[in-house]
Structures are given as structure tokens and as C-alpha cells.
Design a binder for this molecule. Structure first.
Ligand SMILES: *Cc1c(COP(=O)(O)O)cnc(C)c1O
Length: 392
């Protein structure tokens, strides 16, 4: 079973563990989301915005020099070419349309590196809806350009000052806000995490990635499926989108790449599927990095988008059941892969996407193997980090 069941579970992972105050909102969403997404008027508006505003379909690019180096056939799914520079906008477009249909007039979101915050502020500007983004105080300092972008787009950025003052704390603040404002507010969660129906809803919005892949592969290699798909996993939304239409096709190997920070056993890692145990975070049961007493362990990764102590319930299930293979990649390996793609193909990838690329080095690829790497975002936001490590 790789699809969600009627209670919102993938295997033993998922569910909706929410305070009573939010029950009505979650229940309302759960009742209507599948019908709405399927509704022709919704699809028409969603598809039109993906095409003319986001710039879809994104190309599926055959990377010739990269393929030569790894002795296989490597295609890059170019999510980096989307408006705002990553896959995140596929989801925020879908969710703003849902919010409008449930009659909400105020949007909240959480953000770590600021990418989801920017994607949310963007669609709120597009629709003229009030937008508040929660962001850890530490991240506000680290990610100044994205904070400026959100403000320019008209969003209010509110600092989360508790805990480590990063993504998990911003998520706590956003949930607190939603509890206080359930009537007029919709919470746009940025990945396939949170209480049901968010993981499934976000996966459906991102599934446009694998839907396009099928058509593009048919055109380029004469069959709809590759032999392998590689994607990085923070919460897991770009991976969910890239895997979605192939989940039940066992001839497609699924490779989920996690951030190993300074090394899986270094104490500074975000390799959740290896280090994590069953626990509940932000409304769902999943694999979670925690101490013996169930306290969350602070994650570490050079890429802010992968710096999360949990993993979406779909991926917890895919990895736990053996359907997907998890590969840990260190900060250093990701940086090297980022430099390599820049030099070989003239594409500077986001540090998150560089983790996916680094997995090419770890896999025994076969000569004719057709591999799609989901290039989740562009590297402009990471230039300062790349430059700091140049020539190492
Ligand atoms: C946010 C982000 C990710 C991680 O989020 P997922 O939900 O795991 O996809 C990966 N790549 C980029 C470019 C991002 O901005």
C-alpha cells in the first residue's frame, strides 16, 4: 500500500494528532479536499496558473556530460526553472485555491530557509490575501534576502523566539496562531508533513512533477517510466511529487536522499530515516530524531531546506517497507556535487538538490539505466555558502 488509507495513514505512519480547537478545520479540509481538487473549475484554474504563472511544464533535460561521467542515462527534472526557483510553488498555488474555496481570508505559513515563505507570500500577493509567515529568529538573520523578498511581496514576517529559533519552532508558532484564529485562517503547510489531509493534499499538488515526467519520457525514450528516480527529502514534498505516479510500479527504483550533515553518527545530522524512531511531530506519526525521553534532537544540515528532525509519513512508510531506499549524503558531498553540476552542465543547483545529485556517486548504476534526478531548486539562494567553500 503506497496510497493513504481512509484514516490518513500510510502503513503505521500518518494520522491527525491535533488539538481539539483545530479539529473542525482539519475535518472540513478532510471532507472536501479530494472532491475539490477533482472539480473541473478547480483544475482549470490550477492548471492555467501552473502553465502561465509558474512556467510549467518544466523541462526534462538529458544531461549528456553528467551521463558520461556516471555511465548511465541521466535526466534532470528542472523544477529549478519554476517561478520563485523551486518546486514549492506547485503546492502553494494549489493550497491558495483551496483556501479561497473554504472562504478563508488570512493565510499563515512556516518557513526555514524562507523558500516556502516566499512561495506563500507570492500566491497571497497574486490573490490579494493577507499573509503572515512565521520564521525562527536565527533563520531570519541567516536568510536575510528571502526575508526581504517576503516583505516586498507584502507579507508580515513574525519571528519565532522559542527553542532553537529555527524551523520546528516556527512551525509550533504557526500551529499556535491557527488554534487562535481557526475561523478566518488557512495554514499553508510547506511539505508532505502535518496532520492528515496535508501530506496527501500536498503530494497531489506536487504530483504534477511525475505526471509530466511520464509524458516527457515517452517522448524521449519511448516508455513512460525511468529505471530510477532520485530526490532529496526534507519533509519530502519534491520527492513525493517525483515518485507519485510510479509508487505502484515496482520496476522503478525510488531513491530518497537525506541530509547527513557532518556525518550520520556525528551528532550533527538530519538523517531521519536512519536515526529516527516512531514518534509524533506536528500532528502526525512518523520517524523522528529524538532522545530516549522523546525530546526532539536538533537536526543539522548545510541546506536549510533539509534541516528538519522528522520526515513525511509517506516517506517513513516507503523506506520502512523497503519500497524506497534512503541514502545519506554529508554537507561536504553535497557541496562537491553542486560544484560538479555547475561545471559539467552549467546549472547551479540548490544545496538541497545537490544532495540528490551526490547520490549518483553512491549507487551502482547500470550502463543503460535511465535515471531521473529531481532538481528541486536553483542555487542562487546558496551562492554565499558555495563561495565560502570554493576550492576546499
Ligand atoms: C524546501 C526545499 C526542499 C525540501 O523540501 P521537500 O518538502 O523535502 O521537498 C528541497 N529542495 C528545495 C530547493 C527546497 O526549497
Amino acid at each position: 500500500m503506497t496510497r493513504i488509507d481512509e484514516h490518513g495513514y500510510y502503513g503505521r505512519f500518518g494520522g491527525a494528532f491535533v488539538p481539539e480547537m483545530l479539529f473542525r478545520n482539519i475535518e472540513e479540509l478532510r471532507r472536501v479536499y479530494t472532491d475539490w481538487i477533482a472539480e473541473p473549475a478547480f483544475q482549470k484554474e490550477f492548471q492555467a496558473l501552473l502553465k502561465d504563472y509558474v512556467g510549467r511544464p518544466t523541462p526534462l533535460y538529458f544531461a549528456e556530460r553528467l551521463s558520461e561521467k556516471y555511465k548511465s542515462q541521466i535526466f534532470l527534472k528542472r523544477e529549478d526553472l519554476n517561478h520563485t526557483g523551486a518546486h514549492k510553488i506547485n503546492n502553494t498555488i494549489g493550497q491558495i485555491l483551496v483556501a479561497q474555496r473554504v472562504g478563508k481570508t488570512r493565510i499563515i505559513a512556516e518557513t526555514g530557509a524562507g523558500q516556502h515563505g516566499v512561495a506563500t507570500a507570492t500566491v497571497c500577493a497574486l490573490k490579494g490575501i493577507k499573509c503572515i509567515v512565521y520564521m525562527g529568529e536565527v533563520d531570519i538573520e541567516r536568510q536575510a534576502p528571502n526575508v526581504a523578498r517576503m516583505r516586498m511581496l507584502g507579507a508580515e514576517v513574525r519571528p519565532a523566539k522559542s527553542g532553537s529559533k529555527t524551523l520546528k519552532d516556527a512551525t509550533n508558532e504557526a500551529i499556535r496562531d491557527w488554534i487562535q484564529n481557526p475561523e478566518d485562517t488557512h495554514y499553508i503547510i510547506g511539505s508532505v508533513v502535518g496532520p492528515h489531509p496535508f501530506p496527501d493534499m500536498v503530494a497531489r499538488f506536487q504530483s504534477v512533477i511525475s505526471e509530466e515526467m511520464q509524458k516527457q519520457l515517452l517522448d524521449k525514450i519511448g516508455r513512460e517510466h525511468p529505471d530510477r528516480i532520485i530526490a532529496c527529502v526534507g519533509g519530502g514534498s519534491n520527492a513525493a511529487g517525483a515518485f507519485y505516479h510510479f509508487l505502484n510500479n515496482e520496476s522503478v527504483k525510488l531513491t530518497a536522499v537525506e541530509a547527513a550533515g557532518e556525518g550520520v553518527e556525528s551528532g550533527k545530522s538530519a538523517a531521519t530515516s536512519i536515526l529516527g524512531r516512531d514518534g509524533i511531530i506536528h500532528g502526525s506519526r512518523t520517524l523522528l530524531m529524538q532522545t530516549k525521553d522523546g525530546q526532539i534532537i536538533e537536526p543539522h544540515s548545510i541546506s536549510a531546506g533539509l534541516d528538519y528532525p522528522g520526515i513525511g509519513p509517506l516517506h517513513a512508510h516507503l523506506i520502512d517497507s523497503g519500497r524506497a531506499e534512503a541514502i545519506p549524503i554529508t554537507d561536504k558531498e553535497a557541496l562537491e556535487a553542486g560544484f560538479e553540476l555547475s561545471r559539467l552542465e552549467g546549472i547551479i543547483p540548490a544545496l538541497e538538490s545537490a544532495h540528490a545529485l551526490a547520490a549518483l556517486n553512491k549507487l551502482a548504476l547500470e550502463k543503460e539505466e535511465v535515471v531521473v534526478v529531481n532538481l528541486s531548486g536553483r542555487g542562487d539562494k546558496d551562492l554565499a555558502t558555495y563561495i565560502r567553500h570554493m576550492g576546499e
